[in-house]
Every structure is written in structure tokens, then in C-alpha cells.
Design a protein around this ligand. Sequence first.
Ligand code: NAD
Length: 302
Amino acid sequence: MATIGWIGLGNMGRPMTKNLIAAGHTVRGYDLDERAVAAAAENGVEAVGSIAQAVDGAEVVFTMLPKGEHARSVHLGDGGVLEFAAPGTLLIDSSTIDVDSANALHDAAEKAGFAFVDAPVSGGISGAAAGTLTFMLGGADADVERARTFVEPMAGNVFHAGGNGAGQAAKIVNNMMLAISLQGAAEGAVLARKLGLDAQTFWDIAHVSSGDSWPLRTWYPVPGVVETAAANKGFDATFATALAHKDVGLAMAGAESVGVTLPAAQVAFDNLQKLMDDGYADKDCSLVIRNIDPEAPGVPQD
Ligand code: NAD
């Protein structure tokens, strides 16, 4: 079993490290937020006070950070991973970040003698707790094979998406498609109600018809229809608007960099932006239904 350095012990990092410990690994964890470190320590993570201490003697270093700028500074900044990890250490970044940052980290890590794999995940906080995340790995064959062993205790599915940055590319395209389907399910829910259809009856029809989609099955934004929907709990986040907005924004930036125009993604992005502007960044992204009908059932009236 290995000694693993882990940087970023937030909503995802905390349950993920718990599963690595359950698999018998030793995990040295660091986070800027002392409360996050203390919470992880309750699960058996060895709490440390710096990146240097987290990577000391580690065979593998994971990062699970909010955005590209955080992943860049943790790896490349003064006192960062590249400065203190032993050459040859396998670096695995599971944050969802822009493809440009992922490629910059691959290049810098390789130049400094490290193996680097971009390894974003899908499955949310519940998948992290259950150890059933989908991992999308990007990098050289040998590095990805090495990474596979370490991600397995946290994973339901592990894919080698392709070369450097391919994991991030797969993740942001997937989440862009999710946001577009969600917009469709929200518009459908409003139109069905306004046309006088019973919510459950319409859902039963669409669910076995061509209007079916993952958000319809999982997040249908009307209370009392789908058990896992945030609509049942005042739209408290299962996947926060801020994160969905970030991911679609990353997809839009990726599209711009390759000269592609994505009209439906733009609509989905604008609707998430409106929720952010209206003060709902921390609420569930299925609250996009509010933009179409502010008085839809279950929508917070404040
Ligand atoms: P989070 O904000 O709960 O956790 C991030 C942690 O990183 C925080 O505890 C923060 O203090 C720490 N951090 C930030 N900068 C740091 C630094 N310089 N040094 C050390 N620690 C630092 O976020 P999360 O929900 O755990 O998400 C992490 C990543 O996973 C994001 O990129 C997110 O998009 C992605 N993701 C999240 C979900 C989800 O459902 N929450 C699902 C899939 C992917």
C-alpha cells in the first residue's frame, strides 16, 4: 500500500480520501481551510500544514481543487508540488479545470521529471462517498495505467479518455450536454404544466418516450415526481449552480479556442448566469426552471 499526498479536502476530497484509507493507503492531507483538514483527519487522514509536508515521501499526489488557477498555483507556485515532490512522483489532478491549464500542468510536470495525469470525475458528492465515481483519465499510456491502480478504490468506472488534457475535455463536454438537457427538461416541465398536464402523468410519458434524458430521470425540477430531484428540498444543491456555470463556461472557452459556435450551450450558460446574478449560485442548477416560470411549484419565493 502507498503513501499518498492529497491537496484539497473539500466536499469531494474528503469522501474520496476516506475511500483511499479504507483501501489501506496512508493519506497525508493538506487544505488552506483548517476546518477541512480537521474533518478529513476524523476519517483517518494524516493532517499536515503545508504542500511540502503532504508530498514528502509520497508515491502519488492527488489534487482536488476548485479551478484551474488553484491547480496551477498549487503545482507551479512557490512552495508548490513541483518544488517539493520527489522526481518521478505520479501527480493526479482530479479537479475540473480548463483544458489549457491541464495542458500547462502536463508540460511543466513533464519538464520537471514527473508523471502527470488529468483525472476529473463525474458522480458528485454521493458518488464520491460511495466510491462509484467515473474517472476520465488523460495522459500517456504508462502514466494512466499507473494512475488506474490508485483511482480504483474511489471509482465505479475508469476511462482512458486520450492524451494530455483529454480527461478534462471529456468532462466539460459531458457537463455541457448535461446543462443543455437540463434546460430542455425545465422548459418541458413549465410548458406541460401551463398546457394543463398533470406533472407525474407527463413525466411517465416523457420518461418512456423520445423526450427522456438524464436530468428528466434524475433532476426533474417539479416537487414530488422524482425522488432524487432537488425540487423536493427547496432546490438545495445536489449540483450547485456555480459549479454547473463554471463547467459550461469551460466548455464555451474550449469551443472558442477551436473556433466552434455552440448556440444551445450559450442558452444554457446564459440561464445559469441569470441564476448566479439573481443570487442563487449556491442553489441547485435545476432551479433554471425559475428563469422560465418564477412561480413554478417548489421554486423559492424570496
Ligand atoms: P470545494 O470547494 O468543496 O473544495 C475545494 C477545496 O480546495 C477547499 O476545501 C479549498 O479550501 C481547497 N483549496 C483551494 N485552494 C487551495 C490551495 N491553494 N491549497 C490547498 N487547498 C486549497 O470543491 P469540491 O466540491 O470538492 O470540488 C472540487 C473539484 O471537483 C472542482 O473542480 C469541482 O468542479 C469538481 N467536481 C465537483 C463535484 C461536486 O458535485 N461537488 C462533482 C464533480 C467534480
